[in-house]
Design a protein around this ligand. Sequence first.
Ligand code: NAP
Length: 287
Amino acid sequence: MKIVWIGTGVMGESMAGHLLDAGHELFVYNRTQSKTAALVKRGANLLEKIEDAPLKADIVFSMVGYPKDVEEVYLGEHGLLKNAKKGQIFVDMSTSSPTLAEKISAEFAKIGAFALDLPVTGGDIGAKNGTLSIMAGGDKDIFEKNVLPLVQHLGKNITYFGKAGKGQYTKLANQIAIATTMISVAESFKFAKSVGLNMDDFFKTVSTGSGGSFSMTSYGPRILKGDFKPGFFVHHFIKDMRLALEECEKMNIKLPGLELVYKLYTSLEEEVKNTNGTQAISKYYNL
Ligand code: NAP
């Protein structure tokens, strides 16, 4: 199958790579073109312009950064909608706004095309290993017949949640769960360190007991090594928490835990927010 993949960053490069490994003909586009080099070396074709994507592909995937990037890629002056045709399928896997996902789906439906939202969870390691959890919103038949067989190369736990936007709502609920577990890891480390425990032994014991979590297992070792390379960029996590808080405001519900974590992450230095992974919350606690 001919597949276009837009956005070959931390997540996109690994995810697109699995489709290449599965034998599909892959076309890749990224804003900073050099980030497509590794996939091109492995046999992918370089796509020069986003607007040409629908001309090359049976199906187009995107894994970009912010809702404004998703909007530009899909609805912008040189975006996918420009050349999209009846029956074509577009799948955004970025973490973005549910309202925007609904809008994109409605715009593509006007020409008889399908736009689905399939955000993911499982981190950079899940993307590398093809073990992501994937939450789908959009047309159910298209999801089951056309999209599921492809995303099965990217993830293990793949669930359909309903019409366009529902994938993104699910992802935001997931980010709310992660928010407090990131803080719980940093605070338990702070306490353990302050009372003088052996930190490696502490991590081994707690991560495999009831204090364990995905955040503890994935990011605990990186905190202990002082490795702040992104995995999951702080600035993306702040974006996700802001999106969740905006939805809470619309529904008039209050999530004080989420509000606190958002405040702590936004208080980190600009340099940290722009370049570090989410384990850098340890810097707030001087770990
Ligand atoms: P990333 O490394 O910043 O990758 C995003 C890529 O999209 C970058 O290479 C960027 O290009 C490209 N891009 C952005 N806007 C574009 C545009 N308008 N046109 C073309 N390319 C564009 O981020 P990531 O970690 O892969 O995350 C991608 C998305 O997945 C985000 O929405 C994030 O919240 C979500 N997510 C991340 C994780 C994780 O653990 N990392 C887990 C689940 C979900 P440039 O190189 O020019 O910036």
